[in-house]
Design a protein. Structure first.
Lengths: 421, 164
């Protein structure tokens, strides 16, 4: 019986020739990640246990990104926990504000994660790295703490569901719309405990940044990981970035998929997820009149350079609607610098939006754009749960950078097609 | 391990932002976290919950972020056990790793009413509704997992093993 990519990577890291769904394995890890919210809990546990020696300092990554630049005294202290720990244990992969960015944009960009890796991160969106053909999944602080000591963790080998896309994408449709469309079809627990493997001719042509967006939100369908077969697009992306040798895995022709879904690009309009679950998806043509107070363009889902290029293309020559705030957050320092060079930041400022330092910030209601009671935001982020961006009676509508930028100008949720040049 | 408490019933897809809103994640103190547990869904939750109460929920409980602050907040608020139709996978791991007992039982979770007196027998995998007299069976955890939960989570369990 053939194996899927996920099964092959897990077998390789468990040191066995093959694994099958449902099997419990102990896997050797290539990288373990924590941030300013989750790592302090792990570090507190390690300190309580009196741990003096860590696994491999080269393979531990600590990123202060959620409530940074420090939003208050408590957040500053959380970040200081990371910084002190990194200094004490000589961890080379602690990245300070000003050199870093949102973890799931930063790690692939820096080549810290490579195809074929097995990675855990104490952050649910760790599944993003599946876009590179790596097995990557979110865990909690305790699993992170244990991995920082042993370099291993246990997994139950997941069933894999395959999602194939055919045909071509319509104008203004990208990775975000594809994943929202899928979540709309299968629901927020449609892939619970499973691996979501994306394939088909449309995916082979999909640029890497769209693939990262696609894999990023697989956790919103309950998945353990998202994965895309590495190909020429992957190799072009990792060339010159990869900090380690990598390995490209493909699913066997006779690999077993628990289920196969097939979708056509032509059927997919820009998508909008209504409050308060990512599965409440509607095509842009069926959104109706939804006035807004704020637009956020950024996050580990859609804060990369291609996202900012699309937003700038739409915003150029326009102004943000009266009484609407536009907040643009380049995901990393490099994205920020590139956007600066290309004049994109000037477009945002000319449009009367603001540009923030890289941070998760408003995505989880931290800072840099928290909503008041009754306010509504269109956001390129990944979750629209109750209270996610602020007041429990505020609302978040998830969409692509294209829809978000157009909505900022229109003052209501709308399509770029509605803007007159 | 046997837990007895009043059922507090919630619906499907209770996410970790509902269990502990992200705006309070600037601390890891379980008592501070517990003070805000479930507040966006039920502002009176912390006042309503008594030590030992059992949370009962629908499918996909704990979906969303990987924050371990969620099971810590539930434990801190006094919840002794969570019974649900299904759990989101990171929450499932985090609950066991932090020593919060959980039971997947679609039958129990769909039949229990808010306020029912519930008894959970973790070793036997049984959920008894003492108010109605109905018992629900689920697959009991293996011995090591019961020991892990009893020890208070993965790390205390590991340390106990190491130190004998």
């Amino acid at each position: 019986m053939g194996m899927t990519i996920t099964e092959k990577i897990l077998a390789a890291h468990a040191g066995v020739p093959e694994v099958h769904p449902g099997q419990l394995i102990s896997a050797r890890l290539d990288l373990a990640l924590g941030n300013d919210v989750t790592a302090p809990l792990a570090i507190a546990e390690l300190e309580r246990l009196g741990v003096r020696k860590l696994w491999d300092p080269e393979k531990i990554v600590l990123i202060p990104d959620h409530f940074t630049p420090n939003k208050d005294i408590k957040s500053a202290e959380q970040c200081r926990v990371l910084r002190r720990f990194a200094k004490a244990f000589g961890l080379p992969h602690y990245y300070e504000v000003g050199r870093t960015g949102i973890e799931h944009a930063f790690l692939p960009e820096e080549g810290l994660v490579v195809p074929g890796d097995a990675v855990i991160g104490a952050d649910s969106h760790t599944c993003t790295y599946g876009a590179l053909g790596a097995f990557a999944t979110g865990v909690g602080s305790t699993d992170l703490a244990a991995a920082m000591i042993t370099g291993e963790t246990w997994f139950k080998v997941p069933e894999t569901v395959q999602i194939r896309f055919y045909g071509n994408l319509r104008r203004w449709v990208g990775g975000k719309d594809l994943i929202l469309y899928v979540i709309g079809k299968i629901g927020v627990d449609g892939a619970l405990y499973k691996a979501m493997e994306f394939g088909g001719p449309l995916i082979s042509r999909l640029p890497m940044e769209d693939r990262l967006t696609l894999a990023n939100m697989t956790v919103e369908a309950g998945a353990k990981c998202g994965i895309i077969a590495p190909d020429a697009v992957t190799e072009e992306y990792v060339r010159g970035r990869a900090k380690r040798p990598y390995r490209l895995y493909q699913s066997d022709p006779d690999a077993r998929f628990q289920e196969v879904y097939e979708f056509r690009g032509e059927d997919i309009e820009p998508q909008v997820a209504f409050p308060h679950l990512p599965q409440n998806v509607r095509p842009i043509s069926e959104v109706g009149f939804v006035p807004i107070d704020q637009v956020v363009i950024g996050s580990c889902t859609n804060g990369r350079i291609s996202d900012l290029r699309i937003a700038a293309e739409i915003l150029r020559g326009h102004k943000v609607a009266p009484f609407v705030r536009l907040i643009v957050i380049p995901a990393t320092q490099r994205v920020y610098q590139q956007a600066l060079k290309e004049g994109l930041l000037e477009v945002f400022v000319e449009a009367e939006g603001i540009v923030s330092a890289p941070t998760c910030g408003p995505c989880l209601g931290g800072h840099m754009g928290v909503l008041a009671e009754g306010e509504r935001a269109v956001s390129t982020t990944n979750r629209n749960f109750v209270g996610r961006m602020g007041h429990p009676r505020s609302e978040v509508y998830l969409a692509s950078p294209a829809v978000a930028a157009a909505s900022a100008v229109l003052g209501r949720i709308g399509s770029p097609e509605e803007l007159k040049k | 391990m046997i837990f007895r408490g009043t059922a507090l019933v919630f619906g499907d897809d209770i996410d970790t932002d509902a269990i502990i809103p992200a705006r309070y994640l600037n601390t890891i103190d379980p008592f501070e976290l517990a003070a805000h547990c479930m507040e966006d869904l039920d502002p009176n939750f912390v006042k309503r919950v008594k030590k030992g109460d059992i949370m009962v929920a629908g499918k996909n409980f704990g979906c969303g972020s990987s924050r371990e602050h969620a099971p810590l907040a539930l434990k801190g608020a006094g919840i002794s056990c969570v019974v649900a139709v299904s759990f989101a996978r990171i929450f499932y791991r985090n609950a066991l790793n932090t020593g919060l007992p959980i039971i997947e039982s679609p039958e129990a979770a769909s039949c229990i009413q808010d306020g029912n007196l519930i008894e959970v027998d973790l070793a036997a995998g049984k959920v008894r509704n003492l108010s109605t007299g109905v018992t629900f069976d689920s697959i009991p955890f293996p011995q090591f997992m019961q020991e892990l939960i009893a020890a208070g989570g993965l790390l205390p369990y590991v340390m106990k093993k190491i130190n004998g």
